[in-house]
Design a protein around this ligand. Sequence first.
Ligand code: BV8
Ligand code: ZN
Length: 257
Amino acid sequence: MTQSMNPEELNSIAKMIAKAESVVAITGAGVSAESGVPTFRDAQEGLWAKYDPMELATPGAFARDPELVTRWYDERRCRLQSCEPNPGHLALVKLAERVRERGGRFTLITQNVDRLHQAAGSDDVIELHGSIWDWRCTSCGMVQEERGGPFSEFPPRCDSCGAARRPGVVWFGESLSEDAMDRADEAVSVCDLFLSIGTSAVVHPAAGFAYSARMNGARVVEINLEPTPLSGLVDVSVQAPSGEALPRILDLALAIS
Ligand code: BV8
Ligand code: ZN
């Protein structure tokens, strides 16, 4: 158990969850880190060390070099195939069940594109940044889910019209889906407890939800390995791995309610 996971903090979070009418949890790459998924900034090693992911995850990079960008995404997609949900993902499934059992509302919003929450059993996940498993045709818009091995050509081609396909993620400079934003805005507007988990809280508009929740009078909790711009503004900030903290919070919450 890491030193900064002090029982009082975990207990106070568990009590907030036990009392909350409507909970929103937003997750970032930190929640998938313990499944072996490199976070966005440390996704660069070996071949990719010389590229800045903020550079590669843009429409401009894809327009300039569709082969390089689709190779990067395909490599990330293929290494995800050996990644399983970790105890943090599983604890979030159980926390949602608990809150809903007693008539409360639980909404899971994620910035992650790996669909590990769904693999763990979370339903109705709001995916702000899309999914690395879905690949969309740049011409006819057909989307194909790709769970197989590496592509044989880069960029991969559309089965229906032969045009280049791109990963179904939201790149920097691209707008998020209206449906995802509307659903997230609505849930945040009525929540009385907001959990920010495993995110550096710097990517917008995702990072803005914690501030909106706070403005609406919700309690805000952060569970993250290191401090973020949010840390000084939240009610409780736990600096610990989410795969350790969330199961402990779940156990405490189950014992209370
Ligand atoms: C948009 C998919 C309108 C791609 C991603 C307002 C202010 C400032 C900037 C902007 C703004 N509004 C818009 C912008 C521009 C930009 C932005 O936010 N820039 C910032 C970075 C300066 N936003 C956009 O462009 C968004 N679009 O706003 O549309 C628009 C339209 C046109 C022109 C302008 C605006 C689109 C953003 C979506 C980008 N796509 N992902 C892909 O995956 O390749 S975001 C990507 O980076 C990830 O999804 C992730 O969410 C994000 C950050 O990456 P990471 O750092 O790895 O992850 P995270 O932040 O979650 O941090 C990991 C944390 O976990 C760390 O703090 C670490 O300590 C912690 N951790 C690690 N291990 C653990 C842990 N915690 C707990 N346990 C552990 N074990
Ligand atoms: Zn097509």
